[in-house]
Design a protein around this ligand. Structure first.
Ligand code: PLP
Length: 380
């Protein structure tokens, strides 16, 4: 039986576009379609919208507008940060990252390794934390960049970015953080955060897919990843996605303005879910309990394969994920859970539920009632 009820519990994969964002974007998808580089009025209007979007997104992050570059997605921002900083430091040969990064970071580093770069991939502890002392020990005279994510997309662990940034500052090494899961969900103040480059992606906080940002602290050396028409002050070529930039800036501004109220509320709903699931025999929470994204629940359920559980949950009207959406569909075990020491058989029995600010108490009530019932049925 297919359920009439539907609860979207996969916000870490992508989020619904808010009505405010849709309304703000509409003019730039309809009449105001000008190219932001064109000199006539339609072009000037598009340019104005783009620069306004840059200003408000920068204000939401505590950055200066000229430190923000619009990209097409989080993957591009990560690739650009890593390859662009490496290219700007031809005399260096070494990059430091860690084992639980998104593939956008890990594979960008692997790609550099094919061109002769040395990549140190730091281990994490059982909760997915990178140790700042490991970063300190890994940095060498020829280190061009350290890249450690702000928060993990699978298990929700929030990394000690401030401490790692301080280590990098002390060593004089640029520090990049993939904040794709953190932006809009955790306060970020780049005035005080010792981060030189930061990636984010609009579709993780209420903007559409196809627009991201790379923050590059003023003075940090980076070369373009995309060469072409000289847009984004010559550093990121490609006709600007004006509607996307407008959408991203509205979504980010709204999400950050609401955080004080939405973060504790979403975290309380997450905790209700965690408690209900962890009360089931043979269920363990993956990731940190204390330093965790407010919307993330990730549990391994002994004896219940993730793929069977997802199919049964879908029939019950619940959209969830077995690992990260980017690797969903691949049978490969999660590299994140493996790095945290979760045994392979248990890692294959993993469920990620990720909720957002619009998830209601009634949705949580449905999840708390449905997920344990489905687990019990699959175990029979
Ligand atoms: N980094 C992290 C931590 C992510 O969770 C994702 C997407 O899931 C990405 C990067 C890639 O972002 P995008 O989907 O915008 O390319």
């Amino acid at each position: 039986m297919i359920s009439d009820r539907f609860v979207y519990a996969d916000h870490a994969a992508t989020t619904p576009v808010t009505s405010h964002v849709r309304e703000a974007m509409a003019p730039y998808l309809l009449g105001q379609y000008g190219n932001a580089s064109a000199l006539y009025r339609k072009g000037r209007e598009a340019r104005k919208a783009l620069e306004n979007a840059r200003r408000s997104a920068a204000a939401a992050l505590g950055a200066a507008p000229e430190e923000l570059f619009f990209t097409a997605c989080g993957t591009e921002s990560d690739n650009w940060a890593i390859k662009g900083v490496a290219a700007a430091h031809p005399q260096k040969r070494h990059i430091v990252t860690d084992a639980v990064e998104h593939h956008a970071v890990l594979r960008a580093c692997e790609s550099l390794a094919r061109f002769g770069w040395d990549v140190t991939v730091l281990p994490v502890d059982g909760e997915g934390f990178v140790d700042p002392d490991d970063v300190r020990r890994a940095i060498r005279g020829d280190t061009a960049l350290v890249s450690v994510m702000a928060a993990n997309n699978e298990v929700g662990t929030v990394e000690p970015v401030r401490e790692i940034g301080a280590v990098c500052r002390e060593a004089g090494v640029p520090f990049h953080t993939d904040a794709v899961q953190a932006a809009g969900h955790l306060p970020i103040d780049l005035h005080s955060l010792p981060v030189d480059l930061l990636s984010l992606s609009g579709h993780k906080f209420g903007a559409p897919k196809g627009v991201g940002v790379l923050y590059v602290r003023s003075g940090a050396a980076i070369l373009p990843l995309l060469d072409g028409g000289g847009q984004e002050r010559g550093l990121r070529a490609g006709t600007e996605n004006v509607a996307g930039a407008v959408g991203l800036s509205i979504a980010l501004t709204d999400a950050c303005a609401a955080l004080e109220e939405s973060l504790p509320r979403t975290a309380a709903r997450r905790d209700r879910l965690i408690e209900a699931l962890c009360a089931i025999d043979g269920v363990r929470l993956n990731g940190s309990r204390a330093q965790r994204l407010c919307g993330n629940v990730n549990v391994s359920i002994a004896g219940v394969s993730g793929s069977r559980l997802l199919a049964a949950l879908e029939r019950a009207g619940v959209a969830a994920s077995a690992g990260s959406a980017c690797s969903a569909g691949s049978a490969a075990p999660s590299h994140v859970l493996a790095a945290m020491g979760v045994p392979l058989d248990l890692a294959a029995c993993t469920l990620r539920l990720s909720i957002g600010p619009e998830t209601t108490d009634a949705d949580i009530g449905y999840l708390v009632e449905t997920v344990p019932r489905v687990i019990a049925r699959l175990r029979q």
